[in-house]
Design a protein around this ligand. Structure first.
Ligand SMILES: [Zn+2]
Length: 389
């Protein structure tokens, strides 16, 4: 726990306030958290609507949060980051504690580095950057096409260009890979993030993922994934941690990937819900189902593409649709970023647009390679009130 003392000048009184930093513990729940800090449970949980209550379940172990207290040790404000875009803000107003969800303000920087491989790409990236996340985004996109074990030699080149979010000078959240190059047998292999948010190799072939693009056929996407959005009717910040497919009632729902059913029953606002546990800590969720397919129970293994149930409107739902979620180690991620269909090749106008984008990245990659641009470690600084954003 780091304690930062801040002298906050208030217009009427001068108080010495300070910010305490904590880490969300493994298995800690929001209710336990409130009790631990002697915060009132009724206004900060039981009186909240279902959407806000659902948000409180999104807190994950390891997340850092801050509490602003006055000199008497009373909590004035606290911020609990739910994901990289939305946070819970608890604050005291006229002696009463209030709850709201507000966006996290962050800046995004494009960063890049080039390096010579020692031993393996994973080892090299980790050693150079100290970031497991950079290792993850690199290997996730190359591992289906390349054999790192056998085809890499010491001294081969590697370049990564990616977007990193910063909050208060510190990198946070998963970086997004824009482009990368790895040398094998004197040949350079590339991947690029195209405008359609999918990865392609240098020939314009999509890099294959392990999940189906969409678990239902036909219909349209009626609601996209957002980690924070302004609800026009409720007039508050909330999140939509999945994708909604508006399709007719009874449409079969296919398992997006092979795995084991970990839940097939009702669950609150999700209605009839199926959860499937996949490899590498991935989980998919299929909500508002009319019915489960016969034989779909907890513990059953399903294959990618297998029918698991039928579209309905159970739970909190305004009409028949499939609410589809993808989670990694419990954390919701945008299915459209990871989920890819069988390899397709870009054609026509789309291919031409891709070539323009590719040219831009190739020039950058060449530049970083020539200069052997090093990875720059972010400088730590904590010189402003962490509760400002
Ligand atoms: Zn939904």
């Amino acid at each position: 726990m780091i304690r930062i003392f801040l002298a906050l000048l208030l217009t009427t009184t001068i108080f010495a306030s300070y910010v305490d930093r904590f880490r969300w513990n493994n298995g800690e729940t929001y209710l336990v958290f409130l009790q631990k800090h002697k915060l009132p449970i009724r206004p900060l949980y039981y009186n909240l609507d279902k959407d806000d209550q659902r948000l409180t379940e999104e807190m994950r172990a390891g997340v850092h949060y801050q509490i602003l207290k006055n000199s008497a040790g009373e909590i004035l404000q606290l911020l609990l980051p739910l994901n990289d875009e939305l946070q819970i803000h608890i604050y005291r107003e006229k002696g009463v504690y209030k709850f709201e969800a507000i966006p996290i303000i962050s800046t995004t920087k494009t960063e890049a580095f080039a390096t010579k491989i020692v031993s393996s790409p994973n080892y090299t990236i980790l050693k150079k950057t100290g970031s497991h996340k950079l290792v993850q985004i690199f290997t996730a996109n190359f591992r289906h096409s390349l054999n790192f074990k056998n085809d890499i030699r010491n001294g081969d080149n590697l370049v990564m260009i990616y977007e990193q979010k910063y909050r208060l000078g510190q990198p946070f959240s998963m970086p997004i890979l824009d482009a990368a190059m790895i040398e094998m047998h004197h040949k350079n292999h590339y991947i690029y993030l195209n405008d359609d948010k999918r990865y392609y190799d240098e020939k314009g072939h999509e890099v294959e993922g392990f999940l189906l693009a969409r678990p239902v056929k036909g219909g349209r996407i009626s609601s996209y994934f957002t980690k924070h959005r302004w609800h026009p009717i409720l007039h508050k910040w909330t999140a939509h941690l999945g994708i909604d497919y508006a399709v007719v009632r009874g449409t079969p729902i296919h398992a997006a990937g092979s795995g084991t059913i970990s839940w097939a029953a009702r669950m609150g606002t999700y209605g009839n819900l199926v959860k499937i546990r996949h490899a590498d800590g991935y989980e998919t969720r299929y909500a508002h189902m009319k019915a489960f397919r016969r034989g779909i129970h907890r513990g059953v293994h399903v294959k990618k593409g297998q029918i698991i149930g039928y579209v309905g409107t159970t739970g909190r739902s305004t009409g028949p649709h499939l609410h589809f979620e993808l989670r990694k180690h419990g954390r919701a991620i945008n299915p459209l970023h990871v989920v890819q269909i069988t390899t397709k090749k870009l054609k026509g106008k789309k291919y031409k647009a891709f070539l323009r984008l590719k040219k831009k990245y190739d020039e950058k990659i060449d530049f970083y390679l020539k200069n052997q641009t090093p990875f720059i470690k972010p400088v730590k600084f904590v010189d402003e009130c962490p509760l400002k954003s």
